[in-house]
Write a protein that binds this ligand. Structure first.
Ligand code: AKG
Length: 274
């Protein structure tokens, strides 16, 4: 089914103003099943990039990256759903390239909050037309969902740190300011977030500050997060291993467009569109 043009424009207005927009009913039941199958296959057969944080038997946070090459369900959802068209509208782009996927599973009772951070400083790309799409396949309460500082995508880059251990493993200490202690003074920030049902998704800019809740004892929170880039994104080589790493790109020039088979164009604006 084609997405409603007015709903897309309204969501794009929120995305461009706040750096985040919620889209209800983005995926059909069949598409949610496809995403669920992909996540379950990743968890059953994690890659060497997987990170598992155990919480003394209380919970477990599993992450894995770049599974699209191993599990066809992810490529199918990226190329055959309406996600590409929504991303094009959000970014106001003439084309949308798939950049990578990230699976995040919080097992029941995982108390660990995902700390406040931005996504872009972990990668080796720069530019303004980018979007992450956070797609849960389980119902997620407002407390367990992602939350965002509205408007932060137009501000500073902040030091990226490891989620466990709080280490500055990417840019050297002092390169950027530290992420402010947002939870110490939540009323001072325009924080937004939504409880979500399977099929809903949140689209956010890779510089929007965001954090994620822990999960309740009787809830599992399985998420596929997809990252896309538009026309103005370019390669930005780093002297360190990015998260996720892209060793295949070592020979790309700094500032080169991301015109590479690793980042296929999955949507382009129809020629007669405004
Ligand atoms: O799911 C989470 O808790 C964090 C997700 C996140 O930071 C992301 O998708 O960029």
């Amino acid at each position: 089914m084609l997405p409603d043009a007015t709903a897309m424009r309204d969501a794009a207005t929120s995305f461009q103003r706040d750096g985040v927009a919620v889209v209800r009913g983005l995926l059909s039941e069949g598409e949610v099943d496809l995403v669920e199958r992909a996540i379950d296959r990743v968890v059953a057969d994690p890659s060497e990039l997987a990170i598992v944080m155990d919480e003394d038997g209380a919970g477990r946070f599993i992450e894995d990256f770049r599974a699209a090459g191993r599990f066809s369900e992810i490529a199918r959802i990226v190329t055959s759903s309406a996600i590409g068209a929504w991303c094009g509208e959000m970014m106001d782009a003439s084309l949308v390239r798939f950049h990578h996927d990230h699976v995040l599973v919080k097992e029941p009772g995982t108390r660990l909050r995902t700390p406040w951070h931005q996504d872009l400083p972990y990668y080796n790309i720069e530019g303004s037309q980018n979007v992450s799409v956070w797609i849960p396949v389980d119902p997620v309460s407002r407390d367990a969902a992602l939350e965002f500082v509205a408007g932060s995508h137009t501000g500073s880059w902040f030091t990226p740190r490891t989620f466990a251990g709080d280490t500055a493993r990417w840019f050297p200490e002092g390169t950027f300011p530290e992420v402010p202690d947002i939870d110490a003074d939540r009323d001072a920030y325009p924080i937004v977030g939504w409880g979500l049902e399977p099929g809903d998704a949140v689209f956010f800019h890779m510089l929007t500050l965001h954090a994620g809740g822990g999960v309740e004892d009787d809830r599992r929170r399985r998420v596929l997060s997809l990252r896309f880039v538009g026309d103005d994104m370019v390669f930005a080589p780093r002297e360190w291993k990015t998260s996720p790493p892209f060793p295949e790109l070592d020979r790309l020039e700094a500032g080169a467009p991301l015109d590479h088979p690793l980042f296929p164009v999955i949507w382009s604006r129809p020629l007669d569109a405004p």
